[in-house]
Design a protein around this ligand. Structure first.
Ligand code: SAM
Length: 324
């Protein structure tokens, strides 16, 4: 089985996303910015409160905050936070009493996100330099891990999911958008670092992707396909031939079930920004999950199906300066 040269891959990914941070208005082979965020379903009223420069460099592939169901005061870690749009979006949901940590290995992205956080007085947001395969965070220190368009870029996906599981508290959620494929990509594609940096070459076959998440100890609760479009001809061809596509996914770390409270905010939001009742959102996610891959039947209904109008944030634990 072919493998990509990880040194070359890291160099290409860092170079690509340095440019995305510094020159967001250049033409890329993928879509960027506010039009993309709008089309993926980010609610406009929340985007309007996020630093414009962070949105300009947004390079995600889907919307998942309705699945994440962030509540006030929760602690969130963003794997591959880029220029910070999703971290700032999460901050708007958890409020000033919450905590959001973005992790990225591209210095220019980190510098931009930090500058924007400081300019906006967003004290609850912090950006740490690090690799998603080796997260700079303590065990069980987050309620929710999010990630957008990043895990496909890693040649060590199992390790990424193991790290996400490690930093989540029992009952914590992994809510992500990423690129997967219906069919296994051929060796020449898998060995092409340029195609990886374009979010194609690293697309794992969807069953293997789900298995990697579940082997890490998480229970997949919902999956749906996103209206993400590839722009370059090469990417469109690969998408057509191998079924390369964007999905949003929710997985939960087994353990203490989140309790309910009327004072927390679940923020279930549809892709069009209209908040449906939580039971409806859960039902839609289940239908989409079964429609996409029927044999992925689930043994338990999961937290969104447990008549949960809200998530109760876990009481905050004392934390060091380095790790919440
Ligand atoms: C497609 S961009 C997405 C950025 C952001 N999530 C967004 O939606 O705009 C991928 C980001 O992940 C970062 N990245 C890729 N691989 C990484 C890794 N192994 N460890 C840390 N960061 C990584 C890149 O530097 C880049 O900022």
């Amino acid at each position: 089985m072919a493998v990509v040269d990880t040194v070359e891959l890291t160099a290409k990914v860092k170079d690509m996303y340095r440019q995305v941070a510094e020159e967001p208005h250049r033409t890329y082979h993928f879509e960027l910015g506010r039009p993309l965020a709008d089309r993926l379903g980010y609610p406009a009223d929340v985007l309007d409160r996020i630093p414009v420069e962070a949105i300009e460099s947004f390079a995600g592939v889907g919307y998942f905050f309705d699945l994440a169901g962030l509540g006030r005061d929760e602690r969130v870690i963003d794997l591959g936070s880029g220029s910070g749009m999703d971290a700032f979006f999460a901050a708007a949901q958890v409020g000033p009493g919450g905590r959001v940590v973005g992790v990225d290995f591209t210095v220019e992205q980190l510098n931009k996100a930090r500058r924007l956080a400081a300019a906006g007085g967003l004290d609850q947001v912090e950006f740490r330099e690090g690799r998603i395969e080796d997260l700079p965070a303590a065990d069980e220190s987050f309620d929710c891990a999010i990630s957008n368009g990043v895990i496909n870029l890693s040649a060590e996906k199992k390790r990424v999911f193991a790290e996400a599981t490690r930093v989540l508290r029992p009952g914590g959620r992994l809510a992500i958008a990423d690129i997967v494929s219906e069919h296994q990509l051929t060796d020449p594609i898998v060995a092409d670092a340029d195609l990886w940096a374009s979010c194609i070459g690293g697309a794992a076959q969807q069953d293997a992707y789900r298995q990697a998440i579940e082997s890490a100890g998480l229970r997949v609760e919902a999956i749906r396909q996103n209206p993400y479009e590839f722009i370059s001809e090469r990417a469109r061809n690969a998408s057509g031939t191998y079924g390369v596509k964007s999905i949003s996914l929710l997985a939960v770390k087994p353990g203490r079930r989140p309790r309910l409270t009327s004072s927390s905010n679940l923020s279930i939001t549809s892709r069009r920004g209209t908040p449906p009742p939580p039971r409806v959102a859960a039902a839609v996610c289940r239908v989409l999950l079964h429609a996409w891959r029927p044999r992925w039947s689930r043994s338990s209904p999961g937290p969104l199906a447990q008549a949960a109008p809200v998530w109760e944030p876990k009481p905050r634990r004392p934390h060091s300066r380095a790790c919440p």
